[in-house]
Write a protein that binds this ligand. Structure first.
Ligand code: SAH
Length: 367
């Protein structure tokens, strides 16, 4: 368990049973644990002294054995289209990025699960900064808190996607505990698991675990042949190739009442041909799913390009003709680098990390 400066354990680092265990020597009845959890996750207090339905005595005793240390956050940038990007400051000086995407009445929050990423997908900016560390459950939940606090009267978060920095299935335990705190209806943030989507580059052994949590699964397919996938997403494809992913997806879809989502980043002249679209249709045959096309978001240091609008539309139409619901993801927040695959630059600058592709001497180094 992590200890903060005061050397007392942080209540936010504990799960419900650990908080209950803390109360045992204090002679607490069980409902007191629920009271404390409600203060933490429904009221969002930062000090034990604010837990006013606990007696002064109980608060003092709790302060003797624990503290609350929340992630600090700054609303960092707002894009022209209303997309907000938040920078969370972690205890160890690292930083993490969260994006809020407004669309009509909808408010989607895109959270990070790791600082950096262990995978090496060539089209993703986060991969460039390398892997720093896993986020803890409360560092994930606090991102949602800060996003929620930025909302105006009458606004609410309508969906939550694990599509920020990192590979959530490689930090599964923390992601699962965060989801528990976000969804618990008794003392948590009371979000519906149906409105939560976890996106994976294809870490097959965890698909079933995600299903058990009752949340949605999105798989970033991005390729229609194994060769193509190996070029685009080498680290994950080496472990679980395209065929293994399709097999696991079929098994998942059979067991689930929920539609799977496949994401497909469209990169000019790499995976955007009509043949690719037709292969995609074949590959997904028999799987109840929808497809999100994400036109590649360009960033300096990458030689990949976004396809023309015409190519994008032909690809979409071809897949649609194959009988699938296929959506085009608009690139939101591009002017603040808040769009898919663009997270990482601000976080790495805050922590003085230089992304791999941008190191001095590299062909594309910024001046
Ligand atoms: N590791 C997880 C979640 C983070 S990426 C995953 O791979 O799903 C979230 C989505 O952004 C993925 O579908 C990924 O393929 C896509 N993406 C990454 N870089 C991108 C870029 N530069 N342009 C468009 N989409 C990108």
């Amino acid at each position: 368990m992590k200890h903060n400066q005061s050397s007392l354990p942080n209540l936010l680092d504990m799960n419900a049973s650990e908080i209950e265990a803390l109360g045992t020597p204090l002679g607490w009845p069980r409902y007191r644990t629920t009271q404390v959890l409600k203060w933490l996750y429904q009221k969002g207090v930062s000090h034990i002294s604010e837990m006013t339905n606990l007696s002064k005595d109980d608060r003092d005793r709790l302060q003797g054995v624990a503290t609350i240390s929340r992630m600090a956050c700054s609303v960092s940038e707002m894009a022209g289209d209303g997309t907000g990007k938040f920078l969370g400051k972690l205890d160890d000086g690292l930083a993490v990025e969260t994006v809020m995407i407004p669309e009509g009445h909808r408010r989607t929050v895109c959270v990070s699960s790791q600082v950096g990423c262990t995978l090496d997908c060539g089209f993703c900016l986060t991969a460039q900064i390398g892997f720093r560390r896993n986020l803890s459950p409360h560092e994930i939940v606090d991102q949602v808190w800060h996003a929620r606090k930025s909302l105006g009267q009458g606004e609410a978060i309508t969906s939550l996607v694990f599509m920020g920095m990192g590979e959530p299935l490689l930090n599964f335990e923390a992601v699962a505990e965060a989801i528990q705190r976000l969804t618990n209806a008794e003392w948590g943030m009371v979000m519906s698991p149906r409105r939560i989507t976890v996106s994976t580059a294809g870490w097959v052994p965890r698909f079933q675990d995600i299903q058990r949590l009752g949340v949605n699964l999105a798989i970033s397919l991005n390729a229609t042949t194994n060769h193509q996938r190996q070029l685009l997403m080498p680290a994950v494809n080496k472990r679980f190739d395209l065929m293994q992913i399709m097999e696991a997806s079929r098994a998942y879809a059979k067991r689930s009442d929920r539609r799977l989502t496949f994401e497909y980043v469209l990169i000019a002249r790499v995976n955007d041909s009509v043949e690719d679209a037709k292969r995609l249709v074949k590959l997904l045959r028999g799987i109840r799913c929808k497809i999100n096309l994400i036109p590649f978001n360009e960033f300096s240091g990458s030689s990949y390009q976004r396809p023309s609008q015409e190519v994008i539309e032909v690809f979409q139409q071809t897949v649609r003709n194959g009988g699938y619901d296929v959506y085009l993801r608009r690139s939101r927040g591009v002017d603040v680098l808040g769009a898919c695959g663009q997270l990482g630059r601000m976080a790495s600058e805050a922590a003085h990390i230089v992304p791999k592709g941008l190191r001095k001497g590299s062909a594309n180094a910024r001046s």
